[in-house]
Design a protein around this ligand. Sequence first.
Ligand SMILES: Nc1nc2c(ncn2[C@@H]2O[C@H](COP(=O)(O)OP(=O)(O)OP(=O)(O)O)[C@@H](O)[C@H]2O)c(=O)[nH]1
Ligand SMILES: [Mg+2]
Length: 203
Amino acid sequence: MKRCIIIGKPNAGKTLFALSFAAYLGANPLHLMFRHPQNNTTSWKTFHREEAIQELTSSKPHHTRNLQQLVVPLPARKGAKRIQLIDTSGLVEGIPEQKDIRRAMAQTLAAVRDAHLILHIIDASRVKAAGAVEALGEVDYQVAQFGQLRDGYLILANKIDLPEAKEGLDIITREFAGHQIVPISALYQQGFKVVKQFVQRRI
Ligand SMILES: Nc1nc2c(ncn2[C@@H]2O[C@H](COP(=O)(O)OP(=O)(O)OP(=O)(O)O)[C@@H](O)[C@H]2O)c(=O)[nH]1
Ligand SMILES: [Mg+2]
């Protein structure tokens, strides 16, 4: 089964995207597998979408501190296929002080190496928010540099429903010229059709 990883800075909307995209593709209820980096154990939990959003997303950064995997159906050229959608903890510049965030980041980076597809989420509404953890930063350029070596790399400019995201999208387009960029709203499932097609063509 192909692995599709969702990465980006904290608070960019990775978890909301993972849950909404899984629901959009027909996963209901959502069976999540959690991979705990502190002791290498796994656990499972089944959620309704709204319940998962309530528990697993937050307006505070660093809410996700482990890998959260979902298996989702995807119609493909030769019948239906399934992919593994992997939500991750946010990537930050430098070495985080908190041990569990450090460990979670290491876990994310190891999983990126193993993934077939990389969806890189950027918060288009906060591109210019200097000093904010979700603002466009060095991590995004590094991810893009790594991603350009892969066929299955896509930038998702998220939160396009917010007014500030328009200018943010222009900046992302300029800064990441040459990469495929899809404006999306994880909140309203905008742009999901294009993301689905991108994934479908590569599985
Ligand atoms: N308006 C709007 N808000 C969004 C969108 N996507 C995410 N959010 C909000 O942004 C905040 C962060 O979303 P999460 O999905 O928890 O972000 P994350 O990238 O998983 O964050 P970490 O787990 O901390 O790395 C939450 O308050 C979401 O409701 C969007 O498309 N539009
Ligand atoms: Mg999260």
